[in-house]
Write a protein that binds this ligand. Sequence first.
Ligand SMILES: N[C@@H](CCC(=O)N[C@@H](CS)C(=O)NCC(=O)O)C(=O)O
Length: 208
Amino acid sequence: MELVIGTKAWSTWSMRPWLVLKKTGAAFDETLIELRQENNLSADRILERSPSGLVPFFKDGAVAIGDSLAICEYLAERFPRAGLWPSDATARASARAAAAEMHSGFSSLRGECPMDLSAPVRAAELSEATGKDVRRIVALWGELLGRFGGPWLGGAEWGIGDAFFTPVASRFRTYGMKLSDFGDAGSAAQYGLRLLERPEFRAWEAGI
Ligand SMILES: N[C@@H](CCC(=O)N[C@@H](CS)C(=O)NCC(=O)O)C(=O)O
């Protein structure tokens, strides 16, 4: 298996399937392409491997996938014992919906507070739209943690839903966001910290 990823400090979409692959325990080759290089260098290097011109890109024999969520779904099928989705159907549906909401949403937060794992912690003035995104994330986390008992979104086991929100947790840290200002009674803030303590995330961060 090979996973093509972008600069680890910035590439949130690369991080998600990388964390999930780590959780499987399987060996894989990592191909790192530095993003934002001059003279189209990054774009050219990505296009050599990924027809969409985007990272991540994943290969496993004849299988070639150029989307983070689709890669994770493939891994869940290939490694059924890795617990990548909750075994309970109701929890699984909710974890899937949460990952999908992240995959297609929260554009204001993403645009205004880009992930930068090597940046110092700094307070950000948030727009109304970004505040709305943060409130929604806090509510979603709180709902799932309460419903399925935590400590992860789908219950006892860390999985794809959690991987999808790990870059968000890093943004909350970098931009010094107090989740209590966005409706959190404590569980969302604690969950965000737990995400950043995962061995998979620490391994990713060590590679910056
Ligand atoms: N929906 C895609 C989004 C992938 C994406 O937007 N990747 C960005 C990096 S995080 C990219 O490759 N940008 C090209 C560049 O920065 O040169 C996925 O989930 O994999």
